[in-house]
Unconditional design. Structure first.
Length: 337
C-alpha cells in the first residue's frame, strides 16, 4: 500500500473484504486489487492487513471486529470517507419486458429513469437483457425488471439480499459449507442460509413433474390400447376371410397377390384413422399448450413416430393371419366356416 495515496483518485470499483488478513479473505482481496478494484481491507490485526495490502494503491486498511456493531459502523464510515458514496455509476439495465412496456417501439438506451420522486437522481439505461423468470419457474406473462449496481441504489436500505454462486456439481456441498462460514463470519447478526438451487426450485417442479409423469403414463396406455385394438380388429377381420382366401388360391390366385391385397386394405383403413387422429391432435394442440413446458404441442417427430407404430401394427395384424390362411391347404380353407 502506498502511504498517503488518495483513493478517490483511483479509477475502478469498490469492494469491502472482511477477514482480509488471512485465508480466503486474503486471496479474494489480492485478486480484487489485481483486477483494479479499490478494496477496504477489514480484520482484527492491522499488521496482517497491511501485509495483504502490500504496495497496492487502491487498498484501504481498516482494523475492525465484525462481531462488534460499533466497529462495523466505524468500518463503513471509514470506507465511505475514503472512497465516497457515489462509487458506482447511476446506470441501470432493463429487461425486454420493461423495454416493451415503458418504451414501446423504440430503443431505451440512454433514457433517464427516476425513482420515487421527480427530483431524485437520474439513472441512465445502458443495456437491455433477456427477460428472466423471477417469481416462479413458469410465469404466464413476462415481468418487467431492472438491474442496478449494488453500490448506487436509489434507497440506502437494500433488504433481502441474495447471492447466487455457481459451483461444480461435485463440489457443491463443500462450496455451501464454505459460503455459510464466510457469511456468518461477515454478517454475524444476519441469518445466512445457503441452499442449492435445485432445493429452491423443487417445490415448483414437483406438481409439473407429477403431471408430466401422469400424462406420459396415460399417453403410453392409450397407445397400447390403440395398438391392441388395431391388431385384434384387423386380425379378426382377416381370419374371417379364410374361406375367401381358400377359394381364390384354389382358382389359381398367387399367394403373394392375396397377401398384398389384404395388407393393402388393412393399411388403407388404418391410414384413414391415423389421418383423422393427426388432424384432431393438431386442432387440440392449442388447448394443451398451456400445460406444456419446453415441448411444442405439434411435434412432428411424435406424430410421425406414433403414426408409424400404428401402421406397423396394422401390417402385422393383416400379414400374419393372411399368410397363414393363404399357405394352408385349399380344401381345409374351403371347409372353414
Amino acid at each position: 500500500m502506498i502511504e498517503g495515496a488518495d483513493p478517490r483518485s483511483l479509477a475502478g470499483r469498490v469492494a469491502l473484504v472482511t477477514g482480509a488478513g488471512s485465508g480466503i479473505g486474503r486471496v479474494v482481496a489480492r485478486a480484487l486489487l489485481d483486477d483494479g478494484y479499490r478494496v477496504a481491507l477489514a480484520g482484527r490485526r492491522e499488521e496482517t492487513l497491511r501485509d495483504t495490502a502490500g504496495d497496492a494503491a487502491g487498498a484501504l486498511v481498516v482494523p475492525a471486529d465484525v462481531r462488534d456493531p460499533a466497529s462495523v459502523t466505524a468500518l463503513f464510515a471509514r470506507t465511505v470517507e475514503a472512497f465516497g458514496r457515489d462509487v458506482a455509476p447511476a446506470e441501470l439495465v432493463v429487461n425486454e419486458a420493461m423495454a416493451k412496456l415503458v418504451w414501446p417501439g423504440r430503443d431505451p438506451l440512454g433514457d433517464c429513469v427516476r425513482f420515487e420522486r421527480r427530483d431524485n437522481p437520474c439513472y441512465t439505461v445502458v443495456g437491455v437483457v433477456e427477460t428472466a423468470r423471477r417469481g416462479s419457474v413458469i410465469e404466464s406473462e413476462p415481468v418487467a425488471q431492472f438491474y442496478l449496481p449494488l453500490g448506487n441504489l436509489p434507497t440506502s436500505d437494500p433488504r433481502g439480499a441474495t447471492i447466487v454462486v455457481r459451483a461444480r456439481a461435485d463440489g457443491a456441498a463443500a462450496a455451501a459449507n464454505e459460503l455459510t462460514r464466510m457469511l456468518r463470519r461477515t454478517f454475524p447478526a444476519a441469518d445466512a442460509v445457503v441452499t442449492p438451487m435445485t432445493a429452491n426450485l423443487e417445490p415448483e417442479y414437483r406438481p409439473w413433474r407429477l403431471g408430466a409423469t401422469l400424462f406420459t403414463g396415460l399417453g403410453v396406455l392409450a397407445l397400447l390400447v390403440a395398438m391392441l385394438g388395431i391388431y385384434s380388429t384387423t386380425s379378426y377381420g382377416v381370419t374371417q376371410r379364410t374361406h375367401e382366401f381358400g377359394v381364390r388360391v384354389a382358382l389359381g390366385a398367387r399367394v403373394g397377390d392375396v397377401i398384398g391385397q389384404v395388407v393393402g386394405e388393412g393399411m388403407r383403413t388404418v391410414a384413414t384413422g391415423v389421418t383423422l387422429g393427426i388432424a384432431l391432435a393438431l386442432a387440440a394442440g392449442r388447448l394443451v399448450s398451456a400445460l406444456l413446458y419446453g415441448v411444442v404441442p405439434r411435434d412432428p417427430m411424435v406424430l410421425i413416430s406414433v403414426s408409424g407404430m400404428l401402421m406397423v401394427v396394422a401390417v402385422l395384424a393383416a400379414l400374419v393371419p393372411a399368410w397363414r390362411a393363404a399357405r394352408a391347404d385349399p380344401l381345409t380353407a374351403l371347409r372353414a366356416d
